[in-house]
Design a protein around this ligand. Sequence first.
Ligand code: ATP
Ligand code: MG
Length: 391
Amino acid sequence: MMNYFIISGNHSTAESIKKLLYYNRKFAKIFHNLEQLKSFVTEDDYGVLFITSSTTYDLYDLCGDISLQWPNLKVILISDVEDIDYKKAMYVGATDIVSLEFEEEEWKQALVKAESIIEIKMEDLEKKSDQKPARMITVASTKGGIGKTTISVNLAVALANQELNVVIVDLDLQFGDVPLLLDLQPKQTIYEWLKESYENGDGKVIPYVTYDPHTKVSVLAAPSSPEFAELITGEHVSNVLSQLKKEFDVIIVDTPPSFVETSLVAIENSEDILLITSLDLPALKNGKLAIDTFDLLELNDKIKIVLNRDTEMEGMNKNTVENILGRKLEVSIPSDYKTVISSINLGVPFVIRSPKTQVAKSMQKLVKQLDSKPDSNQRKTKKRFSLLRRR
Ligand SMILES: Nc1ncnc2c1ncn2[C@@H]1O[C@H](COP(=O)(O)OP(=O)(O)OP(=O)(O)O)[C@@H](O)[C@H]1O
Ligand SMILES: [Mg+2]
């Protein structure tokens, strides 16, 4: 995943660049000097770095040092008009140099140029290494209590059963209950990562991931206390997901009932979006609204509709659902209160505890469906992708 960094001696300039990036749904991290960058960014990180002129360092010298040490960062210099020297900028390896009073168009062009150079580099690297980045599957809905967490956990366990390295990221930051369904009591959560590692350490998230030996699934848990949830921003989630993409085969993201910024970051970076719905009109009406929104964001070919708690219901069946949503159902999961509740109460996912039940079988069908359809990113680059890539 692409990173965005800013080095600036001037707080307000840094903030305004960060804001511009934010309006384009890109999350940047600000550093005030080279030392701070050094403690956070490794040679393997790809991204665009903005450096603004400052009295505390020489813009061109700093760019030269960084280009040598971090070949995967493309630098855009931002300088006072009178100090702009294109030749010098080129010489120290900058991708572009723009003036401090830049026009938005000028700035955007520089950004697109830098991003495309990095994308080519990233593709080259992917070709060279066997380790493909994880496939990310976000489980979302427009209504609470519809089965997102149940489906996230059972899907993760079914995938881990196929020798895939799976992590669940619990983005229901206030009321996350993924660990409960696996009978885990994690001491480390995304909150400890933020406080200890991101703000005061090397930023690595892996030590904060809990491994469950029974299901072979890993979990990045939500904060233990709901009031910590608001401290986690889209920028943090973006950072966490890009690290996990390098370490796992599959990332399953469970989300809260409403579309908050943190969920949107996951959705936009996902290969698949599972939209969970049920056989009731309000759920379907909101589901249709969500699909229309995804259409606008050009995410529509990533959406897969999952009907949960399917039962015989007067005036409602699969066809009604498909008609209202204007999409085919990917899979329908039957209602099975006894199996689902007892599996939750025991902390053992039903795909393990009751593999012969129809609910478990429908989860296996979902796995098959996902595997038969290469994710949309991979399709674009015409590379074959299988969920069944072995560890
Ligand atoms: N297929 C099913 N059959 C019967 N009960 C189910 C089924 N799926 C989920 N449930 C039950 O529905 C309830 C809500 O499920 P779950 O917690 O997974 O939903 P959620 O969408 O994650 O909710 P929230 O939005 O609150 O996070 C749970 O009690 C669960 O046991
Ligand atoms: Mg939930």
